[in-house]
Structures are given as structure tokens and as C-alpha cells.
Design a protein around this ligand. Structure first.
Ligand code: PMP
Ligand code: GLN
Length: 390
């Protein structure tokens, strides 16, 4: 008899999903002492008033389950934020354990097995796992890296929609490309949703991290979309508190209800004192967030210049924490090999972006660097990169 502990017991549904690349690469950075420009988390804290509010909330005994939908003061703050910033009526609001849980619960709650979901490739890695959990089928549409960087072909999007399509899953500002979808692109997506009676689920976790005077436009604010869009965001990136895992989903009651049905049996509810603090963040600390955005733009420019200095082709980055390069410009045809050499020869960890692709060949050339790091870490990373040669 074979040793039962040697068998892979992961369900067939999830076997292809594996360990997240972020866990893998952060462990590699720890093991080798490399500078971690891989996993997207900042290494400086969020607004002091928000941190103090969390401490006060704990000290005041706000430590038991919050209501399933979230603390009323946070839901009210989210409603104000969507209205003031975007003119968007948030509709129903459900607070979740990060945007990760919101996306998972939305896909599990909205999709039946066999339903098709159109998603722009490359796409954030949790989507693949969540679609597998939901039994839904991915229909990727490429964001091409040649020509006009990371544009999609409207005909490819039209062709991806079939009678089995349930929803379009959109992430803008987009991880890993740094693309911010334009109003024209969003208008086409909206027209197709309306024409084919589709739902949209939007992941807007980088909504405040948009550079060069560009604007983030929620898909829900386009004509015909308010009644068919579930908008997802989170406090992690906005307030440099990725470990707090306070996110939310908002929109029409029927979409939020489907999401809530799944969410109540994933975590039920979480993070009571942190929810109270995020309400303070949204109401009082958006000035801090604007300064964070300016600061991130400068970090993008510094890391971008260093990568160009190495001879890399650096793709334009309009938002998020991330810059991508073409590994071929450094003499590599495989981003995995480049990331391996960067870790072991230069002492810098980056992410081979092919993990965000169904089609590994299409993604082979991309390597993603996170610039959301402190001056000390970024300077050390830049210094090490400048000495790298394959
Ligand atoms: N969506 C995208 C596109 C992300 O990059 C991330 C991770 N930073 C998440 C969702 C997860 O957000 P959260 O940490 O709030 O769960
Ligand atoms: N969103 C982060 C990134 O893209 C990682 C989050 C995680 O580790 N799951 O780097």
C-alpha cells in the first residue's frame, strides 16, 4: 500500500491552482535575504489617526462579531465615499474579509457550474482559484503588450461572449499590468453588458493609486451599469493596511444578496475594530491617501528609471503598485528564469507574471516589480539591480 501521506489529497477542482506565487516568492526572499520587490505590500504604515482609531476600538471592547453586513458606521462611510468621489449610489453594501473574499463570494454566489466568466488576461491569481471553486469557466480576453500597451481587441471581447456568459470580471486599475481602463474601453464593456444582459463584477482595490492625472472610473457609473454591477474595493491599498483585510462589495440588492449568501458561510464576518478604524480612514484621511498616491508615483518613476538603466523595456504603468518589464530586453526568453537569476545573482525578488496567464506562452516574457516599498528597501533594490548582469 502506498503511504497515504504521500498522496495529493487536493480536489480535482483545485489541483491545478497550487501555492500562490506571492507566498512562494516572499519565502524565497526570506530564505535568500533578497530584497522583496515581489509581493505587493507596502512596508510603511497607514494614517496614524486610523491606526489610533483601531487601538481605541479594541480598548473600548469592540471585539465581538460585527453584523453580517458590517458595522453601520463603515457602511455609511463607504456610501459617502462612493457618492462624493464618483457620484455613485453604492446601493447595498457588504463588508468582507478583504477584496479577496468579496470576489470569491461574488463568483461562488453568482455563478452556476458551467457559467462562463469573461476576464481580461493577465488576471489576478485568486480569480482562477475562485472560478474553479464556483465551477465556472474562464473566457480570457488578452491585454496585449505590443503596440498600444495593454489594449484589448474589441472583436476578441465580442467573440468571448456566448449564450453561457454570466458575467464580466474587470480589474481596473489592473494588476499586474498597471493599466487603467479608459472611458472608451469601459463604454464598450458597458454596451456589451447591456446588449447581452450580463452582470459585471469590478475589482477596484487600487482605485486611489492612479498616476499622471488620470482618473479611475467605476464601471457602475456608466449608462445602464448601476443595476448590473457589483463594485468591489478594499482598505488594504488605499490605507497601506494590507494585513487588515477589510474589503467591501456594493451594488444592487440582488447582486449583493447572492454575494452575501456565499460570504456568510465563508467567514460570516470579521475584523470588528478594524472596520471601525477604516470608517475613520474613509471619512477623515483621504488627504493622507492623496499624498500616498503622489509618493507612489515618485517610487514608480525611480524604479522605472533604474530598470531602464539596466537596459530593460519597461511597460507604461498608469496605476497600482506594479511595473512590468519585458524579460527579452535583458536577454531572457522566460521570466521565470530571469526571476531565478535576479534572486540568486542580484538578491532581488520579482514576480514572473506568466502566473497571471492561462496561456503561459503569452505571459512568458513579463516580469513584475512592486515599487510600493520604503526608501531604504527601494534604494537597496535599485542598487542591486544596477549591478545585475545575466
Ligand atoms: N484584487 C487585486 C487586483 C489585488 O491586487 C489584490 C491584492 N492586493 C486583491 C484583490 C486582494 O485585496 P485584499 O487584500 O483586500 O483582499
Ligand atoms: N495583491 C498582492 C500582489 O499582487 C498579493 C496579495 C497576496 O499575497 N495574496 O502582489
Amino acid at each position: 500500500m502506498t503511504d497515504p501521506t504521500s498522496r495529493d489529497m487536493t480536489s480535482r477542482k483545485l489541483r491545478a491552482v497550487g501555492t500562490t506565487i506571492f507566498t512562494e516568492m516572499t519565502a524565497l526572499a526570506r530564505r535568500t535575504g533578497a530584497v522583496n520587490l515581489g509581493q505587493g505590500f507596502p512596508d510603511t504604515d497607514g494614517p496614524p489617526a486610523m491606526l489610533a482609531a483601531a487601538q481605541r476600538a479594541i480598548a473600548s471592547g469592540l471585539n465581538q462579531y460585527p453584523p453580517l453586513d458590517g458595522l453601520p458606521e463603515l457602511r455609511e462611510a463607504i456610501a459617502r465615499q462612493r457618492l462624493q468621489r464618483y457620484g455613485q449610489d453604492a446601493g447595498d453594501i457588504l463588508v468582507t474579509a478583504g477584496a479577496t473574499e468579496a470576489v470569491a463570494a461574488a463568483l461562488i454566489g453568482l455563478c452556476d457550474p458551467g457559467d462562463e466568466v469573461v476576464v481580461f488576461e493577465p488576471y489576478y491569481d485568486s480569480y482562477r482559484a475562485n472560478l474553479a471553486m464556483a465551477g465556472a469557466v474562464r473566457r480570457p480576453v488578452q491585454l496585449g503588450g505590443e503596440g498600444e500597451a495593454f489594449a484589448f481587441d474589441p472583436d476578441e471581447l465580442r467573440a468571448a461572449i456566448t449564450p453561457r456568459t454570466k458575467l464580466i470580471l474587470l480589474n481596473s486599475p489592473h494588476n499586474p499590468t498597471g493599466k487603467v481602463f479608459t472611458r472608451a474601453e469601459l463604454s464598450l464593456i458597458a454596451e456589451l453588458c447591456v446588449a447581452h444582459d450580463l452582470i459585471a463584477v469590478t475589482d477596484e482595490v487600487y482605485e486611489y493609486l492612479v498616476y499622471d492625472g488620470l482618473a479611475h472610473i467605476p464601471l457602475a457609473t456608466l449608462p445602464g451599469m448601476a443595476d448590473r454591477t457589483l463594485t468591489i474595493s478594499s482598505a488594504g491599498k488605499t490605507f497601506s493596511a494590507t494585513g487588515w483585510k477589510i474589503g467591501w462589495a456594493c451594488g444592487p440588492a440582488n447582486l449583493v444578496s447572492a454575494t452575501r449568501t456565499a460570504k456568510q458561510f465563508l467567514t460570516f464576518a470579521s475584523g470588528t475594530p478594524l472596520q471601525a478604524a477604516v470608517a475613520v480612514g474613509l471619512d477623515e484621511e483621504l488627504g493622507w491617501v492623496a499624498a500616498l498616491r503622489d509618493d507612489m508615483q515618485q517610487r514608480r518613476d525611480r524604479l522605472g528609471a533604474a530598470l531602464v538603466g539596466m537596459g530593460a523595456r519597461v511597460y507604461p504603468c498608469e496605476g497600482t503598485y506594479f511595473l512590468q518589464i519585458d524579460a527579452r530586453s535583458l536577454g531572457y526568453d522566460d521570466g521565470v528564469k530571469l526571476c531565478h537569476d535576479l534572486a540568486h545573482k542580484a538578491g532581488v525578488v520579482a514576480i514572473p507574471a506568466q502566473v497571471f496567464f492561462d496561456d503561459a506562452d503569452a505571459g512568458r516574457r513579463y516580469v513584475r516589480f512592486a515599487f510600493c516599498k520604503s526608501d531604504a528597501v527601494l534604494d537597496e533594490g535599485i542598487g542591486r539591480l544596477s549591478k545585475f548582469s545575466s
